[in-house]
Design a protein around this ligand. Structure first.
Ligand SMILES: [Zn+2]
Length: 327
């Protein structure tokens, strides 16, 4: 049963089977002529059943409901084809939409990108065949309209402005109603887990962008900030501060590992870092977790490199990192 959070705002919990995120918060805002649904879940029957049951219980008519996808990851956009009806307008930030059109998972899952992080071809194959981020993608049949920063979606009394919040993805969008001090955060802010910040396939700067997004959010006037996974609502400013501290601490950790293991690939350096996963050793991490850990290490290493605090060189297609001054 969907939970009513405020007048006209509901959350449908969509389970994400066998996934550490556990569930997706799909938000439904009841308007007057048209309603709005934010994010959908993977293209899996378990997600589809939970989402459509919730929509039925709310009496939603998808022909007069718009759908906003905060970013291109398939736990958010996986079901847009299956739940859209003629009359549904589907929106996504223009930068993520470009990546979505290029490849459903945004390209980071390509063989070359994986190999450059230091994965073996066998591990990459295993990861890609098992991970719903690659397998549970949408069908790509319905047209998606690009949303630009500053665009406004009107739903009932809400005027939700698209705010470009890059970091988790290059074109991540939050929806903000300044007057009602309400923000739909997508994966930019999560309260009880840390959003994954991995590298972007085509350009550096994921972590640098995310840190400026957090700086912006820290001072935003918001009373109700709705996150896309786990606990729906919390204190935005406080959480943004905590996440900034987390990444500064992580940068210190990565620098320390780099000094001890100069010349390591992202994969090798990640294996020496501490992760909150219940496994006896790096080798026993599920491959999908090794993937996310390595991608997260990569974004921090790349940031150190951009700041002139690390060197790197491409060695047979693999990025190898060094403490500053060596390469
Ligand atoms: Zn997500």
């Amino acid at each position: 049963m969907p939970t009513q959070l405020r007048q006209d705002i509901y959350v449908i919990k969509v389970p994400l089977p066998n996934n550490p995120l556990r569930d997706l918060n799909s938000y439904y805002i009841r308007g007057k002529e048209r309603d709005l649904l934010i994010d959908t879940g993977f293209n899996l029957d378990a997600c589809y059943d939970a989402l459509t049951t919730g929509l039925r219980e709310l009496g939603a008519d998808m022909a007069r409901t718009d759908l906003m996808l905060t970013h291109f990851h398939s736990d958010h956009c996986g079901l847009y084809d299956r739940v859209s009806r003629p009359g549904t307008r589907v929106f996504m930030g223009e930068k993520d939409l470009a990546l979505h059109r290029l490849a459903p998972t945004g390209g980071l899952w390509s063989q070359a990108a994986g190999l450059s992080l230091g994965f073996s071809p066998a591990e990459l194959r295993e990861n890609m065949s098992a991970n719903p981020a690659v397998t549970a993608v949408p069908e790509h049949k319905t047209e998606i309209l690009p949303l630009l920063g500053g665009d406004i979606l009107e739903v009932g009394d809400y005027a939700l402005q698209a705010v470009h919040t890059p970091g988790h993805t290059p074109g991540h969008i939050c929806l903000y109603d300044a007057e009602r001090e309400t923000l739909f955060c997508g994966d930019s802010i999560l309260y009880d887990i840390t959003p994954v910040i991995s590298i972007w396939p085509d350009r550096p700067g994921a972590l640098a962008s995310y840190l400026s997004t957090l700086q912006k959010m820290r001072t935003l006037r918001v009373k109700y900030a709705y996150a896309a996974h786990r606990q729906p609502c919390g204190n935005l400013g406080e959480r943004a501060e905590q996440l900034l501290e987390h990444h500064y601490k992580r940068l210190d950790d990565v620098s320390a590992v780099l000094v001890r293991h100069a010349g390591g690939s992202c994969y090798e350096l990640a294996s020496f870092m501490k992760w909150q996963i219940r496994a006896a050793s790096w080798a026993e991490f599920p491959v999908s977790q090794r993937w996310f850990a390595t991608a997260e290490a990569a974004s921090h290493l790349e940031y150190l490199w951009q700041q002139g605090k690390a060197g790197r060189e491409l060695d047979g297609g693999v990025w190898r990192y060094y403490p500053r001054g060596i390469s």
